[in-house]
Design a protein around this ligand. Sequence first.
Ligand code: GDP
Ligand code: MG
Length: 196
Amino acid sequence: MEYNFILGIFGEGRVGKTCIVKRFLGEGFDEKEESSSDADKVEKTIDIGKDVVNLEIYDLPGQESFHSFATNYIKGLNGVILVYDIVTKYSFEKIDFWFKQMQENLDKNIPILLMANKCDLEEQRVITKEEGEKLAKEKNMMFYECSAKNGENVQCAIEELAKKLLKAQQQSTKKEPEKQEDKKQEIKKKKKCYLF
Ligand code: GDP
Ligand code: MG
């Protein structure tokens, strides 16, 4: 089967969102990458088992002034990626804000992946892995430390998110026929009641 999911990637400026997306697309890493200025949408198709999953990822630049325009766009998302980097304390503290934005605008069941980027900069680290894990656990997010620079965990983190979406989608489509079957059984039972 083929599935389509729309993802949004959010976080403080300069945490590496655009680099993560580029790495995921297989475009490598550009050290001199300037903070991007256009609204960007990228697409990538991945295979998960026998299924084909088309992912659209929205990477909105200038998200600090985001309130005014992004609400409607958030509402259309199937999954969310929140990013901080392990060398900037403020970017970690800002995750709460992004999480709230998602809670206000999205269904509670929508999966959120928390990515702690720049884990290649171990010697400059200010946020421990445990702090990231704790936050993710509290808010029921998936969690990966990653590096867009060396590629560590970028692919597999986003694939895990896609797998979660796929599973949820498959379960909800399975439930429908089951529900119908339940109804049939109910009618049968009622009929029996009448007969006896
Ligand atoms: P955005 O504003 O969140 O989209 O951030 P960018 O993707 O534009 O990246 C901001 C800066 O961080 C750029 O100078 C990147 O080269 C750098 N950067 C991004 N990811 C990494 C990473 O994993 N490791 C290191 N060392 N630098 C990174
Ligand atoms: Mg960017």
